[in-house]
Design a protein around this ligand. Sequence first.
Ligand SMILES: C[S@@+](CC[C@H](N)C(=O)[O-])C[C@H]1O[C@@H](n2cnc3c(N)ncnc32)[C@H](O)[C@@H]1O
Length: 489
Amino acid sequence: MISAVARHRTALVRTHLSRPLATALADNLLNPSQTLLDYGSGRGDDVRHAKALGIPAAGWDPVHQPDGPRAAADVVNLGYVVNVIEDQSERAACLRQAWGLANRLLVVSARLVWDARDLVGRPFGDGLLTRTGTFQKFYEQAELATWIEQTLGVPPVAAAPGILYLFREPSTAQDFLARRVHTYRPRVRIEPQAIYESNRERLEPLLDFMTAHARPPRPGELSQAAEGDLTTVFGSIGRAVRLLQQVTDTDLWQQITIQRRSELLIYIALSRFGRRPSYSQLPASLATDIRSLFGTYQAACVQADRLLLSCGDPAIVLVSARSASVGKQTPSAVYVHRSAIGHLPPVLQVYEGCARVLAGTVENANLVKLSVTQPQVSYLSYPTFERQAHPTLASAVTVNLRKLTVDWRDYRQVDNPPLLHRKEEFVGPDDPRREMYARLTKAEHRKGLYADPSRIGTRAGWEAVLAQAGVTVQGHRLVRRPATPSSPH
Ligand SMILES: C[S@@+](CC[C@H](N)C(=O)[O-])C[C@H]1O[C@@H](n2cnc3c(N)ncnc32)[C@H](O)[C@@H]1O
């Protein structure tokens, strides 16, 4: 169809893999064992970058690559294409065609409303006509998901803001969702025993499996090589399991069981959004975990629904937040480092999970703020959290679960951005940096730097407090400020 809109002009030169493909790569849904079709490939840069990563990739674009193959592939990327098509029936047809070619996964991305903030254009159809004659439809995250589901009849999974996954097999979707639950495992302590020591490497896949699943593997769940190796040496997998139980504490397995049960409940609670899969749609290992820890899937669903219901109760959220063993408490929220989410009470993990159902994973966000005054979760990005003792906020994605909105705010150009103190409060008890952070906090406290909390929350205020006290922070140490040389007369 000839269009008055200059769609092809929307294609950018890309010096890196685009966000949607980088997200699929990070989620291990795209790798060199999968073929990739970039549908609406623009200038072909994603195809080039994917090939450089060893991924067998091809592209098709009606303008830039019309001779490219429009053939089925394991993964199909429909990257920022639907938002440039002004004709709504053609837009839907394009989505259906791309889905028709995806053997395993379709990755759909579109620009979100926050991209439109600085754009000048005039209303056209359901979007905007820009000065360069291109069309852009800016979606709300929930609107994009609803449109895709209505068009294809398949519930998409939010991968990240503006990026959605459609899985061909329900069990692959469930595997992805179950893996997305935050996990935490206690450290495994082994009582030395000669037979264990001489077979340590051989036993590793078994130990890994048992710590991940809180149960011994069934035949076929370990790799053939690992299974064969263990059977040759120990006579059976069961004997190898017993050896591991002898060299570890029973407490450890109880803790792992509690942790795995809670992960499964969180996953099942969140599967209420979309269509909860039937037992037969679950990946085999996940189904076995559920059966072994809950007896039946149905029993697990009943418990999970109770958990989901609790997370909609503000009083329960508040009590859970206040009783959390990790996180920084403020009157209106609890803040936690992403690595410590697995330590939060299950109710709060479901609460955070609800936000992820809508927004997906927010790249680069390292702190999560769970509001206790309204149903709202924010993903905060502090790019220098690891390096700097007092990192400043770069951006925030806020998910409002009542309004079903996802909003983004950029703090990078803000003159006086918010900054963090007491970093140990955000991380988990097992975080190796926790002690270093706590030592600095103690020193700052002793020096009286926290005396006026209203001054220290932003960069300018904090710097003034440091200057006044004649100190500065180097790395994670508080040191005396070097005397400024007096000016010559
Ligand atoms: C914003 S560009 C995105 C290009 C590429 N996917 C990327 O992310 O860099 C949009 C592309 O969609 C292509 N396009 C327009 N209508 C299309 C359709 N009906 N089917 C497939 N691609 C289309 C345009 O030619 C343009 O190259």
